[in-house]
Design a protein around this ligand. Sequence first.
Ligand code: MRU
Length: 345
Amino acid sequence: MDTMRWQDDHLLLLDQTKLPLVEEYIECWDHIILCDAIKKLKVRGAPAIGAAAAFGVALAALNYTGEDPGEFEAEVKQAIIDLGKTRPTAVNLFWALRRMAAVLADIRTYSVKQQQERLLAEAKAIFDEDRAMNEQMGQYGLELIPESAGILTHCNAGALATAGYGTALGVIRAAHHAGKEISVFADETRPLLQGARLTAWELMQDGISVTLITDSMAAYVMKQKLVDLVIVGADRITANGDVANKIGTYGVALAAKAHGIPFYVAAPASTFDLSLATGQEIPIEERDAEEVRRVGESITAPPGVPVYNPAFDVTPAELVTAFITDRGVFRPPYLESLRAMVETK
Ligand code: MRU
């Protein structure tokens, strides 16, 4: 199953809100459909959001039917602004939009048609590069995985969250393909159940052993010595190594520390935001209260009960054993190693 696929002149997007029961693609013909899909988590996961947004910019460019370069530029810039307002936490979104904006700025003297082609080519490159980065990350991560390992993961950092293969699940996939005996514990990940609906589904499809647990079981499973290491993905990593990821990740990291279990974060270079000094500066998305008052369509709380629904939390750098990236494995002190990582190419 592809997370998204460019087909002739539009984007097909797998609707992740319907998984695992229904496998349905949405046809995206303009960037407005994509903005809605990103907000509603039809496409989600930091790298996938970035790639989808890049295609959104390409769609805005392709939909321009005039010949006025000034008007064309204004429309594409407006699409970049609209897409940038969809979700605030995953930096990959802004990274991809900046890349598209840089191309636009570079090719202003070209004909509208040439600019359209160039913007679509850039979106395709962002997509292709993400998949390649994930495969590379999987290879670098191999050295950290014992021949036989219980691995706990939170949320979905798999093929569905990326252009393919996955970040945290990419490392798990690589270990599985290398013949290691892997058994995964997938936190269900309340409130939207990305772990239950997506991670469990992906791993089962690949024939990788997976056991679903509720979020509140993670510490107990660690205490029972069923977990050798934790691997999660990330939405934004700051210069000091603080990590924003799906709500609940911080609790998993604390539990791992308490049990002496390594806690790894797998993320491509596009997830690192070294312009921010610490995780305190990361904008954390707050989502609709109804997501917490319900499980799917079922109401599970008194109507109108006040709710706090941050979609992400920040795990402090001191709880992260190492970062697995497409440029290698990086360990503390992060201020130096992450800077070096960004400079490595
Ligand atoms: O709200 P979501 O589903 O977009 O959150 C996704 C996560 O938090 C993932 O763990 C993160 O984006 C890493 S994806 C490779």
